[in-house]
Design a protein around this ligand. Structure first.
Ligand SMILES: [Zn+2]
Length: 274
């Protein structure tokens, strides 16, 4: 599932694609399942709208449109955006096409069809459930201290909770916990102030590394992460815990364990994560 670094990478590629400033000339929906508003009102509303700005909040992409509309895309498991410059009939797993006045076509693909596209007027209430952005320059872990100290949940479950902190998923949670030497099953309330400090530093480091490496792509087909130019990321080459079952820990050589924790397949070092 694309997490904060993958959505941010996608955003960077959308900015490079000069989509901001262009107008939507047509919308073709091949599968209404991905829409949260009824078709054909959805299509009609979007025609002739200008894409003024593209941004990100948590794992959502936000297209700010003229007339106060927002197109919000959540990729979920296997959602994918692709930019092309020639019209062709719908390809496999292609659910939607936006035609632009620049002659480019932005397509939404999704093999597993969990991805969702929202057409909204009000972003504030839509995003009201989300916790803070960990890479926001104004972010300070201290605002989360009361929640951590009160929580009787495992730290992994707490970090995956988007209402606690936004943008983390299974990969970067495992990476941050490895970096901070914290066991994923450790009770949140039992973390020391020092451990919490180290953990939030590790979260930022893991996410930033993911962005610098242009995301984590776990395979080479369309259900794996790539940007709008079908460029895969390379962060998978730098992972320390995630996906490294039975491989030696890069710190202490103990074999990495894999266990179901917080309903997710979790990777950790049983020796140096305590
Ligand atoms: Zn280790």
């Amino acid at each position: 599932m694309p997490e904060l670094p993958e959505v941010e990478t996608l955003l960077h590629s959308l900015k490079r694609g000069e989509i901001e400033g262009s107008y939507i000339t047509y919308v073709k929906v091949f599968n209404t399942q991905i829409l949260t508003s009824p078709s054909p009102t959805f299509e009609k509303t979007l025609i002739d709208k200008k894409i003024e700005r593209i941004g990100r909040r948590a794992k959502y992409l936000i297209f700010s449109l003229s007339d106060g509309y927002f197109l919000v895309i959540h990729l979920k498991m296997t959602g994918h955006l692709s930019l092309s410059d020639k019209i062709q009939k719908a390809q496999k797993h292609e659910h939607l096409q936006f035609g632009l006045n620049t002659q480019k076509i932005l397509s939404f693909f999704d093999q597993r069809k969990f991805g969702r596209i929202y057409l909204l007027n009000d972003l504030k209430s839509f995003f009201s459930h989300l916790g803070p952005e960990p890479l926001d320059p104004a972010f300070d872990y201290k605002i989360l201290l009361p929640k951590i100290k009160k929580s009787k949940r495992m730290i992994k479950a707490l970090l995956l909770d988007q209402s606690f902190i936004a943008g983390l998923g299974n990969i970067y949670t495992d990476e941050a916990l490895w970096e901070a030497k914290i066991h994923p099953q450790k009770l949140s309330s039992s973390l020391s102030l020092q451990e919490i400090k180290i953990l939030f530093k590790a979260i930022k480091k893991s996410l930033q590394q993911g962005i610098n490496n242009r995301g984590t792509s776990l395979g080479k087909n369309r259900s794996n992460f790539s940007d709008i130019y079908e460029q895969f990321g390379k962060n998978q080459e730098f992972l320390n815990a995630y996906g490294r079952f039975n491989k030696p820990c890069k710190r202490c050589k103990t074999l990495i364990k894999r266990e179901k924790i917080a309903q997710r397949s979790s990777y950790f070092c049983p020796s140096c994560q305590r």
